[in-house]
Design a protein around this ligand. Structure first.
Ligand SMILES: [Zn+2]
Length: 85
């Protein structure tokens, strides 16, 4: 069971780690530190943001799914339709 004290322990632990991330810019800024602790990407620029938005790249989960479908089709002898359903 996740108790309040355990969640607080991990929150403190994560925030301590985040102090040195990205050159330590959030070290003395409680708000920035909290944001970093909740989400590791400090912004959504083209380097940090979702690659689908900037380059139309598919997610790792989608690529895994396509690979799994192709493998499954090869094993069962079915014709692979490119993952269209
Ligand atoms: Zn960024």
């Amino acid at each position: 069971m996740k108790t309040l004290s355990l969640r607080r322990h991990h929150e403190r632990r994560i925030k301590e780690r985040m102090r040195s991330y990205y050159g330590g810019y959030a070290r003395n800024n409680a708000r920035a530190l909290g944001k970093l602790a909740q989400s590791r990407s400090p912004c959504s620029c083209w380097m940090c943001g979702n690659p689908r938005r900037y380059s139309g790249e598919s997610t790792l989960q989608e690529r895994r799914s396509l690979c799994f479908d192709a493998t499954e089709a090869a094993l069962t002898g079915d014709e692979y339709d490119g993952g269209t359903g």
